[in-house]
Design a protein around this ligand. Structure first.
Ligand code: GAP
Length: 448
């Protein structure tokens, strides 16, 4: 059962309104790589900020780090990625395209119908060389997950933060995988961003914390406005579990391609610290002063994709509705996620209106992401803001020059209120925090 909106509409809106462009487009594009434009970069940053706020800022049991993308090659040996981060692939003997063995139904190449080779294992990590000599000894990898940066820094963080277990280490950053079948826009790409939390706990409390984080992470998407009916949890079967996982749930979203993974929450047991202790020769155990015990912590890992979250949020926010006989496209994004919070729109480019409009724009800029638009009719400008999900438009008209009041129009209800210019910032702040429009004493009209 796919979602109501198809992917082409989202891709087209993203291009038209500056959310996402194809990478290196003037050279014909680079497969599976995408660039975030002026609107996309704001949306993406807001998603990451929302995650950081919920995971790091509002908790006293999680700290953040930012580790390097290139790590010692032994990290990937210890983690199991060199040996196990592989997909079985088959190759077409005629056109030489490679396919995941699991995607092949009738043993023939889906592109040209050619005969296929027997499956071979293909490692998904990108290799490169560090330093001037391209030799085996200088081979390093671009990280395929940010998680290892947290594991190898466990000792550093625990000694410098002076915190006790349970303790989480969080990180947001780029990861790279040489995916065999990337696609579906920004859903599966070869370069993407992850938001990962590694939550270190005492063995025996891991199942409690696993359940806790599954619920916590599911609720986070709902708090950001995603429809509950479009989200579900799916437990991994034994055969499906990653080489490190004891248990795992996926949070799935109903994308246009069907139910697909948005985030995985895994109970990694003590696999990671055991491996890194063994390969580095360091004692990574934790001393619990209260019980006088020493043990290797277990790790609960909620791991989310930034780009996949952006895609799900765009799809979920996308609405088409008919207003006065015209179809309007509106992104009903949660105000905290909207790229622009406010648009300042003088009724026309009339020279009498411009100074006040510009002054208001300057006044709002330090507090909110604000844009200024005076080209084309006011109706068209409202529609443009609706399409990028701007919660509030502030209109300056000729009346404003006399009474020093402006109109605020709300994106979803299309309701309008008039407020004195000196109260504008305070009013917008309250409305962005969720105060109802009707609560305003200056509630005036509901015009479409
Ligand atoms: N450290 C665990 C880990 O990396 P994963 O399930 O492989 O687990 C976690 O990845 C999340 O990262 C996924 O749920 C997805 O949101 C995102 N992700 C993984 N591969 C991706 C890709 N090729 N393109 C975009 N996002 C991806």
């Amino acid at each position: 059962m796919p979602a109501n909106v198809d992917m082409e509409k989202i891709v087209s809106l993203c291009k038209r309104r500056g959310f996402v462009f194809q990478s290196s487009e003037i050279y014909g594009g680079l497969g599976s790589c995408w660039d975030y434009g002026p609107m996309g970069v704001e949306l993406k940053r807001n998603v990451k900020d929302a995650w950081w706020k919920a995971i790091v800022q509002e908790r006293d049991d999680v700290v953040g780090i930012d580790s390097s993308i290139m790590m010692h090659p032994k990290v990937w040996k210890a983690s199991g990625h060199v040996d196990s981060f592989t997909d079985p692939l088959v190759e077409c003997k005629s056109c030489h395209l490679r396919w995941r063995a699991s995607e092949i139904n009738n043993q023939l190449c889906p592109k040209c119908g050619g005969e296929l080779t027997a499956p071979r294992m293909f490692n998904l990590m990108f290799k490169t060389f560090m330093g001037p000599v391209e030799e085996e000894a200088s081979t390093i990898y671009l990280r395929p997950e940010t998680a290892q940066g947290m594991f190898v820094n466990f000792e550093n963080v625990i000694t410098t933060s002076r915190k006790k277990l349970p303790l989480g280490i969080a990180q947001i950053g780029k990861s790279f995988r040489n995916e065999i079948t990337p696609g579906n826009f920004i859903f599966r790409t070869r370069e993407f961003e992850q938001m990962e939390l590694e939550y270190f706990v005492k063995p025996g409390t891991d199942e409690y914390w696993f359940d806790y984080w599954v619920k916590e992470r599911f609720d986070w998407y709902i708090r950001l406005g995603i429809g509950k009916e479009k989200l579900r949890l799916r437990q991994h079967s034994k055969e499906e579990l990653a080489h490190y996982a004891k248990d795992c749930y996926d949070i799935e979203y109903l994308f246009p391609i069907g139910w697909s993974e948005l985030e995985g929450i895994a109970n990694r047991g003590n696999y990671d610290l055991t491996q890194h202790a063994k390969h580095s020769g360091r004692d990574l155990s934790y001393y619990d002063g209260e019980t006088n015990e020493r043990f290797l912590p277990y790790i609960i890992e909620p791991s989310a994709g930034v780009d996949r979250s952006v895609l799900a949020l765009l799809i979920d926010a996308y609405h088409e509705e008919v207003v006065e006989g015209e179809t309007r496209v509106v992104l009903r994004l949660h105000p905290s996620l909207a790229p622009m919070k406010v648009a300042v729109l003088p009724l026309s480019r009339n020279e009498k209106l411009t100074p006040l409009a510009k002054e208001i724009y300057k006044q709002l800029c330090p507090s909110f992401m604000t844009c200024y638009d005076d080209s084309q009719s006011i109706g068209r400008r409202y529609r443009r803001q609706d399409e990028v999900g701007t919660p509030f438009c502030v209109t300056i008209d000729f009346q404003s020059l006399e009474d020093n009041q402006v109109t605020i129009r709300e994106r979803d209800s299309l309701a309008q209120i008039r407020v004195p210019v000196e109260e504008l910032e305070k009013t917008l702040e309250a409305k962005l925090q969720g105060e109802s429009f009707e609560a305003s004493p200056l509630w005036a009209t509901r015009q479409k």
